[in-house]
Ligand binder design. Structure first.
Ligand code: 3PG
Length: 210
């Protein structure tokens, strides 16, 4: 359920959002996250090999908690689940995808960035929401403005987050974790620069006491 997932993600605090273009990098990337103390990843369905990458990461590191990102329809959710993804994330709130994930029995975090979307999510009985794109939608001020009237929601801000600003978001109540690509930029992943990714991960683990 979303509640169990929220508890899990709250422990990690920072969720690396990853686009994997070269699936052969997947096992080493999984190890770079796990070995450096951040055993979680959101692998986006923006590349052809996303499902294969998830499968390979899970094989390399069974303890890695893997989500699938940019899930835009039920077919992607099905492929991600079959590959071993434990949760699904989307940039927006699509009721069709919500229903597809529900019938698959996999927790889904839809994206929202305004009050009407929050109310739509609540109607669909979803309370753990991705606030996306966080910085472009008003950042911390917008998060505070959304949390105030909607006491039942928890947010995962993503989009424009960095090592510098993530801490500010995390001090807010009901911001359970933050997502971002800054730890695992596509360029480094494609190049197999796992040492640099490892450094980024250790920096985050130290900074946020994960
Ligand atoms: C996402 O899909 O969650 C975003 O692309 C992440 O945004 P960022 O690249 O600004 O971290």
């Amino acid at each position: 359920t979303q509640t169990t997932l929220a508890t899990t993600l709250a422990r990690f605090k920072i969720i690396p959002v990853i686009q994997i273009n070269r699936v052969e990098q997947a096992p080493a990337l999984a190890r770079a996250l796990v070995d450096n103390g951040l055993p979680v990843a959101e692998v986006t369905f923006r590349s052809e090999g996303a499902a294969d990458a998830i499968r390979l990461m899970k094989q390399a590191c069974p303890k890695l908690c893997i989500g699938a990102g940019t899930i835009l329809n039920g077919a992607q959710a099905e492929a991600a689940l079959a590959a071993g993804a434990e949760f699904m994330v989307a940039p927006g709130l699509n009721p069709t995808t919500v229903k597809a994930c529900r019938s698959l029995g996999v927790p889904f975090i839809p994206g929202i960035n305004n009050p009407s979307q929050v109310e739509q999510a609540l109607e669909l009985e979803l309370s753990l929401l991705k606030f996306f794109p966080a910085e472009a939608s008003g950042g911390i001020n917008m998060v505070k403005s959304l949390l105030a009237p909607y006491q039942q929601i928890s947010l995962m801000p993503t989009g424009g987050l960095t090592l510098e600003n993530a801490g500010d978001y995390l001090t807010l109540p009901r911001v359970i974790c933050c997502g971002g690509t800054w730890l695992t930029p596509t360029r480094l992943v494609d190049d197999g620069a796992m040492d640099l990714i490892g450094q980024n991960v250790r920096q985050v683990v130290a900074r946020f006491a994960i």
